[in-house]
Design a protein around this ligand. Structure first.
Ligand code: G3P
Length: 308
């Protein structure tokens, strides 16, 4: 568990250097108390999930990926495009992330232009790495992030699992970085055997060779945040990225992604994440608590006496 004492002091300072989220119109007497609140996105491509959350004022953005589109019923590019366009239109002017699937730079640019043309609120999601495994230039993602920045297209650098990936994506020009804290936590939960692995290395020698078959990627010891219990590596990663961005006044927003439970939501808020993208079922429960249910029922029952 991340505790308030773990949080670096600069987190709040960094947030107030960003654009306010809850704007108070000029001349309004009561200023909004949470001007610099984090933004909350729904991590889904399902319009039935998006609508009640937008109407409830719970979300101000959406993130999608090919898996979420497939889950929402897309089974061809035509249907995927149709779903993406509908979300972009419905959510405008709030940002909607749509992911690149091409691997060749020129095709990636064509696809990015196509997605960006769906609406001014489109953010193009670019996988930061993973290209070496696909026999491509390892810097394909970072080069694309820089190229799209030069083209004035906002990028969400995705599939981030360590702080250095986040830094290099920001350095290339990404508007958002998306650390997948839930997947990292799942991985740690499944594979972390303290007795087998010295230090904080996420990768076991026997499990993960370099994609080109080379020696173990010892640099992967940086794949997780340092210090403390390793099971909350996901949330500590967010904390660490926020601290690094704070050090260098990097304005790239830290978009915490891949949530599994509401404790992780709370910890990311403590850590100073700029944006939380959350699966709809988790968001539907944010106003509830068993003791709230109990208290609400009692107050309602007791108020009936006034009707007499
Ligand atoms: O936004 C990233 C997210 O969709 C990945 O989540 O649940 O597949 O780890 P998950």
């Amino acid at each position: 568990m991340l505790r308030p004492a773990d949080i670096h002091p600069g987190a709040g300072e960094r947030r107030i250097s960003m654009e306010p989220v809850n704007l108070t119109e000029k001349g309004k007497k009561l200023a909004h108390p949470a001007e610099f609140a984090p933004r909350i996105f729904a991590d889904t491509a399902d319009m039935d999930e998006i609508k009640p959350l937008k109407e409830g004022g719970i979300i101000n953005g959406v993130t999608t990926n090919p898996t979420l589109l497939k889950r929402a019923g897309a089974d061809s590019w035509d249907s995927a495009d149709k779903i993406m366009k509908e979300i972009v239109k419905y959510m405008a002017p709030f940002p909607v992330s749509l992911e690149l699937t091409e691997l060749e730079p020129e095709k990636m640019v064509v696809q990015a232009n196509k997605l960006a043309a769906f609406g001014d609120n489109v953010v193009v999601k670019v996988p930061t790495g993973g290209y070496r495994l696909m026999d491509r230039d390892p810097f394909t993602g970072l080069k694309m992030i820089r190229r799209l920045w030069e083209m004035n297209i906002k990028v969400n650098a995705t599939l981030i699992f360590n702080t250095t990936q986040a830094f290099w994506a920001a350095n290339a020009g990404a508007a958002y970085v998306s650390p997948f804290l839930g997947r990292l936590a799942d991985y740690m939960y499944k594979h972390d055997h303290v007795e087998r692995v010295p230090g904080n290395s996420l990768y076991f020698m026997e499990d993960h060779k370099a994609p080109d078959g080379g020696p173990e990627r010892t640099a992967n010891s940086a794949y997780v945040s340092t210090d403390g219990p390793r099971k909350n590596a996901g949330v500590r990663l967010i904390n660490e990225i926020v601290a690094v961005f704070n050090n260098y006044r990097i304005k790239t927003e830290v978009l915490a992604a891949s949530f599994r439970n509401s404790v992780q939501l709370m910890e990311c808020l403590l850590a100073g994440a700029d944006i939380l993208t959350v699966p709809a079922p988790l968001l539907m429960g944010v106003a509830d608590h068993p003791l709230t249910d109990e208290g609400m029922k009692a107050f309602f029952e007791d108020s009936k006496v006034f009707d007499r």
